[in-house]
Design a binder for this molecule. Structure first.
Ligand SMILES: C[S@@+](CC[C@H](N)C(=O)[O-])C[C@H]1O[C@@H](n2cnc3c(N)ncnc32)[C@H](O)[C@@H]1O
Length: 190
C-alpha cells in the first residue's frame, strides 16, 4: 500500500519547480491526505461488514416506538472528522466515548477502528474506552458482538432509575450509579 502511495506522489511532484522545502512540504501534505483517505476507507469497510440495520427484526411499530433508525456509516465518519478537526486527540487512547442510545453501534464501531488503526491500540483496549446504553436487549447484545467487547449495557438513559424487565442486576446498578447523578457521569467521563 505504501509503495503505491509513494509512486503516486513522485508522479505528481516530479518536475515541480518549487524550492526543496516547498516540495518537501507539499509531498508531506499529499502523503498525509492519501494515508488519511485510506484510513477512512478501511474504517468504513470494517464498519460495513455488518449490514446497515441488520441482525434484528425491527418491525415498523417497534421502530416508531424506539426511533431505531441508525446513522449511516458515511455520516458517522463525517461527524468523527468534524470532531477531530476540533480536537485531533479526541479518540486517543484513554479518551472515552459514550453513546447513550447506541443501537447496534453505528457510532461506536468506527471509533473503535479509528483507535485501532490510527492510534495503534489493541482492539480489546480500544473497546475499553467505549460506553453504550440502549433500551432494547437485542441491540445491546448486537452492539457488544459487533465491537467484540466494550462497556455496553441495557438501560433507559432518560429514566435510569426505572428497572427494565430484561436488565441484569449489574446493568441496573450501573445505570443508577452513572446516570442518576449527572455530576458522577461527568466525573466518570472526564
Ligand atoms: C436513532 S437510534 C440511534 C442509534 C445510534 N446512536 C446511531 O447513531 O446509529 C436510537 C436508539 O436509541 C434507543 N433508545 C430509544 N430510547 C432510549 C432510551 N430512553 N434510553 C436508551 N436507548 C434508547 C433505541 O433502541 C435505538 O437503538
Amino acid at each position: 500500500m505504501q509503495m503505491n502511495v509513494m509512486v503516486k506522489i513522485f508522479k505528481r511532484f516530479s518536475g515541480s519547480s518549487n524550492g526543496l522545502d516547498g516540495i518537501a512540504e507539499r509531498l508531506l501534505n499529499y502523503y498525509n491526505i492519501m494515508i488519511t483517505k485510506e484510513l477512512w476507507t478501511e474504517i468504513a469497510r470494517l464498519t460495513n461488514l455488518h449490514g446497515y440495520m441488520s441482525g434484528v427484526n425491527r418491525e415498523s411499530e417497534r421502530v416508531k416506538a424506539t426511533g431505531e433508525v441508525y446513522t449511516p456509516t458515511e455520516l458517522t465518519i463525517e461527524m468523527m472528522q468534524r470532531m477531530l478537526a476540533d480536537d485531533p486527540e479526541i479518540f486517543a487512547p484513554g479518551k472515552t466515548i459514550l453513546d447513550p442510545a447506541c443501537g447496534d453501534g453505528q457510532l461506536l464501531v468506527p471509533v473503535k477502528w479509528y483507535k485501532v488503526l490510527h492510534h495503534g491500540m489493541f482492539p480489546q483496549d480500544a473497546c475499553e474506552d467505549l460506553y453504550g446504553v440502549d433500551i432494547m436487549r437485542d441491540n445491546v447484545d448486537l452492539c457488544k458482538d459487533r465491537l467484540g467487547g466494550g462497556n455496553i449495557i441495557m438501560g433507559n438513559a432518560l429514566d435510569p432509575d426505572t428497572r427494565l424487565p430484561e436488565q441484569t442486576d449489574m446493568e441496573y446498578e450501573t445505570m443508577r450509579d452513572l446516570f442518576s447523578d449527572k455530576s458522577s457521569l461527568e466525573a466518570f467521563l472526564s
